[in-house]
Design a protein around this ligand. Structure first.
Ligand code: AMP
Ligand code: MG
Length: 468
């Protein structure tokens, strides 16, 4: 059962639109995350799609208004095909938004149909599942439910609703929107709500409170993006409306894990300038934080020029914080516990990967367990010398085991599994893939197939679509 206790609809009414639960005839559960359901004390089962879709919860769903910078350009947006059923409290009174994605039109739909294809919602389910299992802050997917409706994306597809669970769906873009449509006092009320809900340990001394909030968001989102670098994840559409205020990865559209290490790896077909490439994610995070921070400037100081300087000073600290966290993360991947001068070695190692088109995930595993992979480069003198140099200061196996996944979600396997589903509605490959990434850090020889990288040309040709 959902235990809704919704607070968002008590906020300024410009921030949302009240909507009705979708009226779906004969919905069917395609995928269901029973572990999540148990953890959140939602006692519904996969046999109760109507209940999962909120038909019996008698609460008031709503669509959220927000704006955002998409590929650098400001746009007014909002939940154009989603609604939040409510805020669910689990038995520890932890609060989670339960959102339906693909649930129909709202006033924010702009020309869209409000729907989502089954395959894109299955894709999101897969990616959120592996990210959570990799211990990366992420939205989670409770279920994919087919709706027996058709949806047109160049051709006809079946549509589905994803039930997405997050600490909240408040985004950087929600701040951009609220700062524009609300008065300063109203906006301050909204920020206070967000701080109370997500950053309640922040000091309440007024002037510092908002700066402290900004600092915490910077830290949380840096942690998130550094974690993406740890596992080779390319989000693909880091628009400010897809940046959660609590640093949870979400909106798994054109994302992919890269295979061969490549700072320019970009998979989204529409990202022709590689704005959201693997290597750019740091710079884009900083850019997105600068947009969020702009909205907060008036609360940093009553004197606007001092306030602006406070803001600028904060952004100036970004690189140092990021680089330190990044370096610590890389040290943990190389099993280096106590070696201060490791940056040169890390950079050399990454350059070696890039120069030789080596698989990012598997090369760390090869460092841990030599001769795991049948690649001639791993037998080369250069690699052996590099391994020895790392071994002198690192290769602590316990540390490496916790930071280097045995299995990521290989993009070519995702495509194979989804193709199979599209061709004959079989969930066989999808279920096997889910199983293979349910404990991605555990060694399991029987899952060796899921470790294999595709041929080098695959990533260069692979294109993902927001087509949704
Ligand atoms: P996304 O690319 O999923 O982050 O979506 C960007 C914006 O487009 C959000 O405001 C979505 O609600 C909206 N949107 C995406 N697809 C649709 C659709 N099929 N119908 C209506 N709105 C959509
Ligand atoms: Mg989005």
């Amino acid at each position: 059962m959902y235990n809704f206790d919704t607070t968002y609809t008590k906020l300024n009414s410009k921030l949302f639109q009240l909507v009705n639960v979708p009226n779906i005839e004969n919905p069917k559960v395609i995928l269901f995350n029973s572990t999540l359901s148990k953890r959140l004390n939602i006692t519904y089962s996969a046999k109760e799609p109507e209940k999962l879709l909120g038909s019996t919860s008698l609460k008031q769903p709503f669509a959220q208004a927000y704006a955002g910078h998409q590929f650098g350009y400001f746009t007014n947006l909002g939940d154009g095909r989603a609604m939040i059923l409510g805020e669910h409290l689990n038995s520890q009174k932890e609060r989670y938004d339960v959102q339906l994605k693909g649930s129909g039109k709202t006033k924010y739909s702009r020309g869209g149909d409000g729907l989502a294809t089954e395959s894109s919602m299955i894709r999101e389910y897969l990616y959120s599942y592996v990210m959570k299992n990799l211990y990366i802050a992420s939205s989670e997917s409770l279920a994919v439910i087919s709706t027996n409706q058709e949806v047109y994306r160049e051709k006809v597809h079946d549509s589905a609703i994803l039930i997405r669970v997050m600490k909240s769906h408040i985004r950087f873009g929600t701040f951009e929107y609220a700062s524009q449509v609300l008065s300063k006092d109203e906006f301050q009320e909204f920020i206070d709500y967000v701080i109370g809900r997500h950053y309640s340990n922040i000091t309440h001394e007024t002037k510092k409170k908002y700066l402290n909030f900004f600092q915490k968001v910077i830290e949380k989102t840096i942690d998130m993006v550094v974690d993406w670098y740890r596992v080779g994840f390319v989000h693909g559409v880091m628009n400010t409306d897809n940046m959660s205020i609590v640093g949870e990865t979400f909106d798994y559209g054109p994302c992919s894990f890269m295979n061969q290490y490549d700072r320019l790896a970009t998979f989204s077909a529409i990202d022709t300038i590689k704005r959201y490439s693997f290597g750019n994610q740091k710079i884009i995070l900083k850019w997105n934080l600068s947009v969020l921070g702009e909205t907060l400037i008036p609360f940093f100081d009553d004197n606007i020029s001092i306030a602006r300087r406070v803001y600028e000073a904060e952004l100036l600290k970004f690189d140092k914080i990021f680089d330190e966290k990044f370096s610590n993360m890389m040290k943990s991947k190389l099993g280096i516990i106590d070696f201060n001068d490791s940056n040169k070695l890390i950079n050399y190692f990454l350059e070696f990967l890039e120069k030789n088109n080596l698989d990012y995930t598997n090369t760390f595993l090869e460092l841990m367990y030599p001769n795991s992979f049948n690649e001639s480069i791993y037998q080369s003198i250069e690699f052996k010398e590099l391994r020895l140099a790392i071994k002198k200061v690192g290769l602590n196996l316990e540390m490496m085991k916790n930071n280097n996944p045995q299995r990521i979600l290989r993009n070519y396997l995702v495509e194979e599994a989804i193709d199979e589903f599209e061709n004959n509605k079989s969930l066989g490959k999808i279920k096997k893939l889910l199983e293979a990434v349910s404990s991605p850090y555990s060694q399991d020889d029987s899952l060796g197939k899921y470790q294999l990288a595709p041929p080098q040309y695959f990533d260069k040709m692979y294109q993902t679509h927001c087509n949704t």
